[in-house]
Design a protein around this ligand. Structure first.
Ligand SMILES: O=C(CO)[C@H](O)[C@H](O)COP(=O)(O)O
Length: 220
């Protein structure tokens, strides 16, 4: 199976994990695009979606799925479904390859469960091979770059990318992520950091991993 077929496989499998009649949190990316397409077939069985990006909202609306603003929610979402750039054996993730990390973390924070959908290439022993995305306030970018240098890493602005929130993204290479929770907490405290793409405080509850042998379910 191709990587895209594995993504479609887990996207369809995620439908089984939704709560009938409830809203569903929807992430961003190519795996989630398959999930949105699968959601269209059962749209009468959900109340609508809370989206993490303009891109996902547009795709949801094209399928006739109602999109509810996160700010309008008065109760938690039972489930948030999203992809990942990397996921480890604890359910900790790197996200933000699609530049949607801030809204993804906001919607994940509104949800009781995070169902990660990914092909098997995303499963790693230690996070950090994928460059860590960090959304930043532009005037703070140089001092954030220097802070990463002190950690032995290199941070560069992602060319031509501005997020849905109007901010740039730094991609950080060479970072040792031995303790994702501690590093997320530290980077969160740096002035000018909007969101760091380590999802440790908002880790996956479950991962549906697409493999050549079928869907492998990892519980965390
Ligand atoms: O974090 C994300 C977007 O900001 C995506 O979940 C991540 O980049 C994985 O994308 P894909 O499903 O296309 O492999």
């Amino acid at each position: 199976m191709t990587q895209d077929e594995l993504k479609a496989l887990v996207a369809r499998a995620a439908i089984e994990h939704l709560v009938p009649g409830a809203l569903v949190g929807v992430g961003t990316g190519s795996t989630v695009n398959h999930f949105i397409d699968a959601l269209a077939a059962i749209k009468d069985r959900i109340a609508g979606a809370v989206s993490s990006s303009v891109q996902s909202s547009e795709r949801l609306r094209r399928h006739g799925i109602p999109v509810i603003e996160a700010a309008e929610l008065s109760a938690p979402l039972p489930v948030y479904v999203d992809g990942a750039d990397e996921i480890d054996h604890h359910g900790y993730m790197i996200k933000g390859g699609g530049a949607a990390l801030t809204r993804e973390k906001i919607v994940a924070d509104l949800a009781e469960r995070f169902v990660c959908i990914a092909d098997e290439s995303k499963l790693v022993d230690t996070l950090g091979r994928f460059p860590l995305p960090v959304e930043v306030i532009p005037m703070a970018a140089p001092q954030i770059v220097r802070r990463f240098e002190k950690l032995g890493a290199t941070a560069t602005l992602r060319p031509g990318v501005i997020t849905d929130n109007g901010q740039p993204i730094l991609d950080v290479r060479g970072l040792k992520i031995t303790d994702p929770l501690a590093l997320e907490t530290e980077i969160n405290q740096w002035p000018g950091v909007v969101t760091v793409g380590i999802f440790a405080r908002h880790k996956a509850s479950l991962c549906l991993l697409g493999t050549a042998a079928g869907v492998r379910t990892l519980q965390f």
